[in-house]
Ligand binder design. Sequence first.
Ligand code: SF4
Length: 134
Amino acid sequence: MSDKSLTRRDFILRVSALGAFATGSSALLAACGGGETQSGGEAAAPAEAPKTAEPMATASCDDLSGLSETERAQSEQMRQTLQYTSTSTMEGKHCSNCALFIAPEGGAACGGCRLFPGPVSPNGYCNSWAPKQG
Ligand code: SF4
């Protein structure tokens, strides 16, 4: 029981310490997924609103090219540390049902994470996954 408490406490501390990323995450999301709506006219395919609770698999959510060099380095380090993957192999656990997930905006395919900058796949997963509170 104490191990689990420590882990949970560590997680909460990490979330608090990295909370500053949350502020910038919205802007970063705009850089990754919001571009489609701003460029207008020549989008390859119309953005689809999520029809079901099923997360969408999107390889483009691994593209960190919209980040600054510093943000990219932070993001890569955190992704590695948290063992982020864009395709969850954990039954019933994926970014879209994680408490730390920032939902895509404006029909974008990728969301974000409060722990690190850059796009995050709704179908992703990392070892800081925490159930979204209803
Ligand atoms: S599972 Fe990990 S990467 Fe995905 S939203 Fe939660 S904390 Fe972020």
